[in-house]
Structure formats: structure tokens, C-alpha cells
Design a protein around this ligand. Sequence first.
Ligand SMILES: [Cu+2]
Length: 639
Amino acid sequence: MKTTRRQFLELAAAAGVSTMVPWRAYAEAQSPALRKFIQMLPGLGPAGIPVASPTSYLGADYYQLVAAEYTQQLHPQLPHPTRLWGYADATTGRHRHLGPVIVAQRGTPVRLSVANHLPPVHPLPVDTSLPGAGLPPNRIAVHLHGGHVPWVSDGGPFSWFGADGTYGPSAVSAPDMGAPAPGTFNYYYPNDQSARLMWYHDHAIGITRLNAYAGLASAYVLRDLAEATLIASGAIPSNEVPLVIQDKIFKSSADQWGQAGDLWYPGKYDPQDAQPGGLPLPFPSCVPEFFGDTMLVNGLVFPTAHVEQRKYRLRILNACNARFCTLRLFYAQGTEFPGSTEPNTRQPGPPFVQIGTEGGFLPDPVLLDGRKDATLLLAPAERADLIVDFSEVPAGSILILYNDAPAPFPMGDPETDYYAGAKNNPTPSEPGFGPNTRTLMQIVVGQRIGAKDPHAPLRLPPLDPAPLVPPGVTALPPGIPVRDLTLNEDFDQFGRLIQRLGTTTPLYEGTFARNYEDAPTETPSAGAIEAWRIFNLSGDTHPIHFHLVNVQIVSRQAFDVRRLRFLGLPTPPDANELGWKETVRMNPGECTTVIMKFDLPSAPFIVPPSPRTGGHEYVWHCHILEHEEHDMMRPLIII
Ligand SMILES: [Cu+2]
């Protein structure tokens, strides 16, 4: 596997656009062996992940949140409750991992006041060699991921605010909510989009990967009439279960950042992965990617869910820092505990019918039965809205939600792949116990209680808004302006791997890459339609996330990285990518073409220009958080 990746990169290196050393896993820490599936999957509500409750203010649903440190037992066998950073509804002050969820209605704006009560010491190793060195380590910025919001409320990297009353250079609190008290910030979300699952998470400069990993992330569900009609007719099940997937590592013993049971995050850059001749490696240092050894669903380690023999709607978010997931259901090897804790990969469970992505409903449902070309692949930040029919599953059956995506994607390293009997991992786990990155959760199917599901044909509403190109057509309409952009990988001054976005005009010798803080180059006019052809010159698939806009994927096309020339014909996106997207997988050696319209949202106040950049300041970036932060992000300035 590694050889293939190296070969690709040698090819890229020969082209003079990228060089790198083979990637190696950071297997310094191992979570304790935690027994799988002995705690219940948290649902939404008082017994699980809290749902925030609004008051009314200035014509909006008004939420007051605090960001603070707290502890929570994430698995009964962890020696201590885990120290987390997270949001809580200020009216209750109740912190639960991944709470509180916000449920919004289309057409009813949301206003958010967030108070930063985080302590000045970060629970994870902070690399001060990244942009943001010297800033308060408890700086935060709340980004509504997927939201069509005015730039002042986008919570971008430079819009951070500290607990001590300091603010980033682009921090402009919602102008009609009064001056924020020191350590607080106000956001305005119009909710002018169709129904979809979004999420809000931290985005502060230089520390996003650590803040999100420490727990500053939650779901934001937007509802609308079209969705309500589908549910009322029975076309979409009313049994709705959100599944937020994360991979983490728990400390087995204390270190300078915490005690056993706390979250572990690497602080050391492996010198074997550094290009010789660089400056001495800093400590703590960022790492190329973080891969955990233990899976969490809805904030708890290896949970169990109980379902009845009927249809369910599963709404999945990959909230991992860097890990991709290919998700399938398998029957467990037996129904007798503990033999039921490992999957029988020759006995597939019920298929998924995918009905939506980040941008709402797909044009048509897509059957994903787990076979080749019909698997659910989710990169970090991608979402899938699924219907799973358990009605034909024998009562008493146990199913395992299974992932075997290579990490990093697509070439993989066996040392990041944890499962019982793993042959190429030096630390294989025991059946029934973690570390394990393949078995996410267990689903126990019980008899249906009560009436049968209503029977209604599954017809999805037309794309909302209307598509810019007919879904599946790989040709751009004539006259659309095209930008050519690049995804690059080389080394920083310490010899560390660095991923960066760029244009096709070199700014630095030997690379097309540009730093986040270099002058903006993507500066579309408000209302403009553009196509972006994004050439991936690196060895990884990057989930590229666009703030402000949803995009349609027009095509993917292989190109010769030596000569930067297309090979073969463009291919349309996968069937489950035919709707609106805001996080798009861009594969190595491929040019991914997306099309979007840079409409600015309306606001009940005059939106001032960014004091830092002079326009409507957004970003586009890779959502592998370690890439985003070093330094795979560029300004997106609407003028
Ligand atoms: Cu990336």
C-alpha cells in the first residue's frame, strides 16, 4: 500500500511540483482495551445529547451558549472521566459531549450569543510554530459548517475571541445585537436554506484541530416544509437517529497534559518523517494527520443501539479529524455475548438508501448495498442522510456498523487500522475490545411494537435551490468563468510535511502552493457563477470544504501530473454526490471540477467589510483538520 503512495509521489516529485517522504503512523499512545458495546447510544434529549432551547429576540430564535471545560465518563472502563471542552446551553449549564444540538426552522433566523469560559490552559499539546503563535490558547470561533451566513457570523479563523476579552482582527460581532460583553460574541444565521444536517464547530486560527478534537462541535439540524411533508406521508421514516462518528485516543497513563482516561493527541513530530536540513523540530509540534484507535458514536465509545423491525432514518456525520469511513452493516458472528462483538464480513446486513448529503436531499434515492461502487464513503465533514429498513432482519439479530476505509485515504497505513486479529498492525486488539477502528457500534434488532410503517413511495423533492448544471452532465455551460487551482504537498522550514492550496501560477519556487496568509486570489463578485477546476498534485484525497457556497460536482478527470495534461474523459460524480455539496473529495492525480454561485445571504443589518481584508471574508480549505491548519486553507473574499 505504502509503495503505491510513494510511487505516485515520486511521479509528482519528478514533475517538480511536489516531494515527500512516505507517511508513517503515530502509534505512540494506545487507548486502554475497552469492552465494546456495553453502553447505550445517546439520542437527542435530556437523557442523551441535550437540545438547546431558544428564547425569542429580534425576530429570531435566540440561543445563549457557553464554551467551557468539563468532564464526562465516555466509557465505563476509563479510569477517570475525560476532560473535555464543549458548548452548553447557558440556561441549563449542562455539558454533554457533542451538545447542545440546535434545531432550526427554515425562514426563522437564529441568533447565538456565545460566552467563552474556557480556562487559559489547553488540554492538548499546542504547537506555537503555526500561525496564531502567542494568541490566547483558549481562543475560539464558532463556525456554522454548511450555513449560508453573513461573513461576520461565519466564525472564520481570524474572527476568534478569547475568554480574556481579546478579539481577532476579523472579529465583528452581529452589529444589531449590541457590543458584546468581553469574552462573548454574537452570531446571526438567516436559515434561508433547504432542510439539511449542518454542524457548528470551532474554527479559530492555529488551534481548530485541537479545539474540535477536545469537543467543541455539535449538530445543527435545519428543517423545512418539504421535509415535513415527506415525513408526514411516510416516505421518510419519522424514527430519526443522528450518528456522529469520531476517532480518538485515550491516555493509558498520565502525562503533562492530563491523567489516564483523558484525550491523547500527538505532540511530537516523528523526526524520521522530516526532510533533513530543516530547522530543529518544535515541541509540541503539529503532525501530518491524526488517526485515533477508538471509535465514538454520538460522543460515547463503542455504543449499542436498539431498533425495532421497521425503517429508520440515520443521519451520519463524519466528525473525525482525518479519518475517512466506508460504512456498511454486517451481522455479528453470533448472538451470544461476547461472541456477538465482531462482525461476520461474509454476511451483509440491510443496505442503505441514501437520500441526502451536506446540501440537503439528493435528486433521487441511491441504493448502497456495500458492494464495490455501492459503499458509503464519508470523508471528514461529509454527511449522509440514510434510510435503513430493519423490518426483514430477524428479531434478536445483532448488526455491526463497520468501517474499513484506509487511513490516510486512499493509500492507507496498516498501523492506523485497528481490529481484532489485524495482521499488519503491531498492536492488534482482542475480540470484543478496543482499540478498534472497524467496529463503530452495535445495533440490536427487536420485534416491531405497534403499527406497521406507513407505505409511501419515496420520491425526493427537486434540488433546492435549482441546479446550475443538470446533475450528471460533465460539460460546463458555455461562458462560465473557470478558475484553475491546485492541491499541493511539500515541506515547511522545519522539514515537516505541509499541505497547501494554490493557483497554477507559482508564488514560491518549485511549488504552486500559497500560504493562507498570502494575498487573496479567490475573489469572486457577489452573485457570480464560477467553475473551479482543482488539480490534486498530492498523494492524499482531500475533502475540500467551501464556506458560504454549496457546490455541484461537475466532473472528475485524471491528469498527468508530470505534464499537467488530462488523461481520458471526465467522469460524472457518484450517484450519491449528484445533489448540493459543501465538502468534496478530491482524489490524487485527478482534477475535480465544481460549479457554484456566490450569493451573499441577506441580513437585517448592514454587513460591514472585513477590517482585515476589506471584503466579505470567508475561506475554503481541506477538512482534514491537520491539513487545514498547516496550511491548507485560503481566503475566499466576495467583493
Ligand atoms: Cu487535506
